[in-house]
Every structure is written in structure tokens, then in C-alpha cells.
Design a protein around this ligand. Structure first.
Ligand code: OSB
Ligand code: MG
Length: 370
């Protein structure tokens, strides 16, 4: 393919409720929406870098800069035979996975549409609906937590993940176990614990029947996670620490985790996510699809990805209404009665972007032609 035009927008979308983690709070979601245009076809992508360098060092600002100055110039005027070739072309850029992944997603959508194949088909996905849960931010107090979780269960979600931090951990889990007995439950610390704090805390949670404990320790650590995993029955799941196939292999070989959360932004796109999925499958390590509060565009890519066979746990890819009053896509993602989202049938991502809504949330825009 030869790209005729690329458009990049920074957007801000108001969340239906603030999202609080151990380290930061989000009231709005900032991201980049990228479109590639050629032969009368438009491919859409979302770069999940956020407003600040809290989850990772990337932000909407750094992603814009990397795409504007490096990734887009590297590919304009070039023939791109496949999306995988793009991954190779921008391989010279170290890091900045979320920037690269946003543009790559648009290329997958474009290629899928030209070949009339869905992203799921291109990847070898095996299911039409994917299991999803909901990720619940830190709440003002325990009664609010019970109310919020109760609301999501009423909505039809089954698997609940709660954000934790020191002082909002053991009691929160106990209260949920008391109120909702044996719901599938997991916790995510977003790297806030020291090894000492973790050794004092997580053994006390080890009999709570949690599905997993997500990223308790340092955002770039796999060694201390190994120390912690050796004293726990509950599987540790790594999120922040895993950026490449090699990281995954090393963490598995070391015994630093027994489960891995795949976010296609964090690992540099769809092609890398598939490779990561495959090496985890070879080693019998289950994966699941994380989320970054995506709009319907990024969510669609997640849902296609989660149709691969080794996605064995429910994803954080909830329905559109859990995040936004109005999604950028129409129809939005809705929760099925069996706590799944349906993988879109259409070619590429299989979503319709509402340009009117996109224009309304756009903060800056740039257009590139060869
Ligand atoms: O650590 O999984 C995380 C959201 C933003 C940044 C990091 C994380 C999250 C979530 C929410 O947990 C997942 C979602 O619902 O999209
Ligand atoms: Mg996480």
C-alpha cells in the first residue's frame, strides 16, 4: 500500500466517572486518533498514551512528537506491503510503543477493509464473543466500593478487578468477599508496593481465591516479582513490566508471573501482541486483554485480539457505556447477557466512526501527505 494521507488528532473525552488508580486519577481520557487514507478507504487507529507519564513514560504529547517527527516521515511515500512490515520499518525507533501502535492499528484496519477480512480473521481468532470484566477504580470508602461493584454486577459483569494500594487492599478484598462471596475477583496495584510491603500484605490475601494479583511491584521489575511469586499461591500477572516478547519470555523463565496481561499499546501493536500471545501459548501461560479506557476504536482492536485462543481470562474491555456517554463509534459496544462483547463482523476493525462526535472532541489536528 501507498498511503495518500494520514490524519492525526488529539482528542479529549469526558469519562462517565473519574478513574482512580494507586498513582493517578483520570477525569477525562486523552488519546490520539489516527486515520490513514488511500484508494478511497480510511483505516482508523487509536494511540493509548494518556495525559501524563503515570502508567508509562508515554503521553499524548510524546506520542504526537514521535509520530510527527519520526514514524510518519519514515513511512510516507514508502510502499507498505503489510502491517507487519510497518512494525519492522519503525523498529528503529526505540520504545514509544503506544505511538507506533496507534498508527499500526490504522494500517490493520485499512488492510482488512481492502481484503474484506476482519482483524480477527487476519489474526486467526477463534471466537465470536469475548469474555469481559470491569476494572473498578479506588473508591472514596468501602460502602462506595460495595455500591459501585454491586452496580456493575447488576449491569451483568461477572469478573471484577479492583485497583488497590497500601491501606486500600486487604479490607477492600474482605468486604467484597463478604458481600458478593465467590465472584471472580482480581486486584491491580499499578506498581505501588515495595517488596517489603508486598511480603507483608499479599500472603494475607492468598486465601481469598483471587484470580490474580496484577503488577504489585516496580513498573520495570521482573526480579522482585519472582521473589514475591515464590511465596504466593495466587498467580502474579504482569502488566507494566512486559513490553516485548523477550520480556515475557524472561519473566516466564524466571517465574516472575504465571499470567500476562496484553495491551497492544504497551507492546507496540497488533503484530507484537500476536507474537506475545503465541510465546505465552507455547509455554502454557494464559493471557488476557488489558484496557486503557479506550474509545470504541481501540476497544475494537482489543476485542478482535482477545478472540485468539490463549486469551483465557476475561478482559478489561468493558462496554462503551462503562466509560463514555457517547462513544466515537456507532453502534457502541454493549454487554451481552453472558458477560461478553461481540467481535465486530465487518472488515478490519469493523466499526463505524462518528465523524461529528470525533470533530467535537478534537483538540488539535495535523494532516500529512507525501
Ligand atoms: O493498569 O490496567 C491498568 C486503565 C488505565 C491505565 C492502566 C490500567 C487501566 C485499567 C482500566 O485498569 C482498564 C479499562 O477498563 O480500560
Ligand atoms: Mg494494570
Amino acid at each position: 500500500m501507498k498511503i495518500e494521507r494520514i490524519e492525526m488528532r488529539q482528542v479529549r473525552m469526558r469519562l462517565v466517572s473519574p478513574f482512580q488508580t494507586s498513582g493517578w486519577v483520570e477525569n477525562d481520557r486523552d488519546c490520539l486518533i489516527i486515520s490513514v487514507h488511500s484508494q478511497g478507504i480510511t483505516g482508523w487507529g487509536e494511540s493509548v498514551a494518556g495525559s501524563g507519564p503515570w502508567y508509562s513514560y508515554e503521553t499524548v504529547g510524546t506520542a504526537w512528537e514521535i509520530l510527527h517527527n519520526f514514524a510518519i516521515p519514515m513511512i510516507t511515500g514508502q510502499d507498505i506491503p503489510t502491517p507487519a512490515a510497518f512494525t519492522e520499518m519503525v523498529g528503529k525507533i526505540r520504545g514509544h510503543s503506544m505511538a507506533k501502535a496507534g498508527l499500526e492499528m490504522a494500517l490493520w484496519d485499512w488492510f482488512g477493509q481492502t481484503q474484506t477480512r476482519s482483524l480477527k480473521e487476519m489474526l486467526g481468532g477463534v471466537r465470536d464473543r469475548v469474555d469481559v470484566g470491569v476494572s473498578v477504580g479506588i473508591q472514596p470508602d468501602l460502602p462506595a466500593l460495595v455500591k459501585t461493584v454491586g452496580g456493575y454486577l447488576k449491569d451483568g459483569y461477572r469478573r471484577i478487578k479492583i485497583k488497590i494500594k497500601p491501606g486500600w487492599d486487604l479490607e477492600a478484598v474482605q468486604v467484597l468477599r463478604r458481600e458478593f462471596s465467590n465472584i471472580p475477583l482480581q486486584v491491580d496495584a499499578n506498581s505501588i508496593y515495595t517488596l517489603e510491603q508486598a511480603k507483608a500484605t499479599f500472603p494475607k490475601m492468598d486465601d481469598a481465591g483471587l484470580l490474580l494479583i496484577e503488577q504489585p511491584l516496580g513498573y520495570d521489575d521482573i526480579v522482585d516479582h519472582r521473589h514475591l511469586q515464590t511465596i504466593l499461591k495466587t498467580p502474579i500477572c504482569l502488566d507494566e513490566s512486559i513490553h516485548t516478547v523477550d520480556h515475557a519470555r524472561q519473566a516466564i523463565e524466571l517465574g516472575s508471573c504465571r499470567i500476562i496481561n496484553i495491551k497492544l499499546g504497551r507492546v507496540g501493536g497488533v503484530a507484537n501482541s500476536k507474537a506475545l500471545h503465541d510465546i505465552c501459548a507455547q509455554r502454557d501461560v494464559p493471557v488476557w486483554c488489558g484496557g486503557m479506557l479506550e474509545t470504541g476504536i481501540g476497544r475494537a482492536a482489543n476485542v478482535h485480539l482477545a478472540s485468539l485462543p490463549n486469551f483465557r481470562l476475561p478482559g478489561d474491555t468493558s462496554a462503551s457505556s462503562r466509560y463514555y456517554h457517547e462513544d466515537l463509534i456507532d453502534p457502541p459496544f454493549v454487554l451481552n447477557p453472558d458477560a461478553t462483547l461481540t467481535v465486530p463482523h465487518g472488515p478490519g476493525l469493523g466499526v463505524n466512526v462518528r465523524l461529528d462526535r470525533l470533530h467535537a472532541v478534537t483538540q488539535r489536528i495535523a494532516s500529512y501527505t507525501p
